[in-house]
Design a protein around this ligand. Structure first.
Ligand SMILES: CC(C)(COP(=O)(O)OP(=O)(O)OC[C@H]1O[C@@H](n2cnc3c(N)ncnc32)[C@H](O)[C@@H]1OP(=O)(O)O)[C@@H](O)C(=O)NCCC(=O)NCCS
Length: 262
């Protein structure tokens, strides 16, 4: 997919009002709300970049610590052993985004793993249809973001997340999602995410894809002006509008018996 060109009419530019959720900064923009995160410790001079083969063990250990109940797919180690290269940018490893935050000595002290959400292939409204190839180039998810306990509270997670948003935006992605415990709602709100118990997305034919994450909240951030989070009377959560052509929620729509009606 061709990345959106900054400055092209009708396309999102980081910093353009309306590019992201109200009251928040655009993806990765200096001065975005997330940049104001403050911790008790002093800011850490880390550098965020793609995970390299030499980072494999540290990357896997960090991500595994963040997802103790969710064993890492063995293929992740193999993927990381490939040198990220220019042809794959702005993502680092095929469809996946593997970022690390390095301290001044070059040691990884934080990691972020992004990629295509599983539901794109597995949800009954998507599996076996023409939708997965279309959605996989528009929707991405942060599977895990983690910072070494000794380095927390210094804005490192914020830096990793904004770097991911910037790369995904450059790659033409329109929506970023993630799951998080309710305790982290203020953290993600500051970064411009909207959290709900459900994620509802309008698909072709006004079908509504509804997702829940057991014991967690689902957070979303539009990366494009095309995509909006719309409040619809009667709906249990805001609805993602505009993720595919013809899938815009109109002002006259109402939510009734699990469907949108005009
Ligand atoms: C969550 C995590 C990634 C934050 O990393 P970090 O580099 O310390 O985050 P930042 O410095 O960018 O932001 C710190 C802010 O997050 C808040 N925060 C971090 N962890 C929190 C928690 N468990 N509960 C509530 N708030 C938390 C801090 O209070 C701080 O808020 P403030 O700016 O209002 O003071 C880190 O605590 C971590 O690795 N946790 C374990 C893995 C995890 O839970 N990952 C997220 C899964 S969705």
């Amino acid at each position: 997919m061709t990345p959106s060109t900054p400055g092209t009419p009708g396309t999102p530019t980081p910093g353009t009002p309306g590019t992201s959720a109200p009251g928040t900064g655009a993806p990765g923009t200096p001065g975005a709300a997330g940049a104001q995160l403050t911790g008790t410790a002093s800011p850490s001079p880390v550098c965020v970049g793609e995970a390299r083969p030499v980072d494999t063990d540290a990357f896997l250990a960090l991500i595994a610590a963040a997802t103790p109940n969710d064993p890492l797919p063995p293929i992740l180690g193999q993927i990381l052993s490939f040198q990220p290269g220019r042809p794959r940018r702005p993502l680092s490893h095929g469809d996946m985004l593997c970022l690390v935050a390095r301290d001044t000595a070059g040691r990884p002290v934080g990691a972020l793993l992004g990629g295509v959400p599983k539901w794109v292939f597995e949800h009954p409204l998507c599996a076996g249809t023409v939708l997965p190839p279309k959605l996989r180039e528009r929707v991405s998810t942060i599977h895990a973001v983690v910072v070494d306990p000794a380095h927390r509270g210094r804005g490192i997670a914020g830096k990793l997340i904004r770097a991911a948003e910037r790369r995904l935006w450059q790659a033409g992605y329109q929506l970023l999602t993630l799951e998080h415990p309710a305790t982290l709602t203020p953290f993600y709100e500051k970064l411009g995410y909207l959290s709900d118990e459900e994620l509802i997305m309008m698909l072709p034919g006004a079908d509504l894809l509804e997702l829940e994450a057991e014991g967690l909240l689902l957070a979303v951030k539009p990366l494009s002006n095309e995509v909006k989070m719309v409040t619809v009377p009667g709906a249990p959560a805001r609805i993602v509008s505009g993720i595919l052509p013809g899938c815009h929620v109109s002002a006259t729509m109402r939510f009734h018996n699990g469907r949108l009606t005009s």
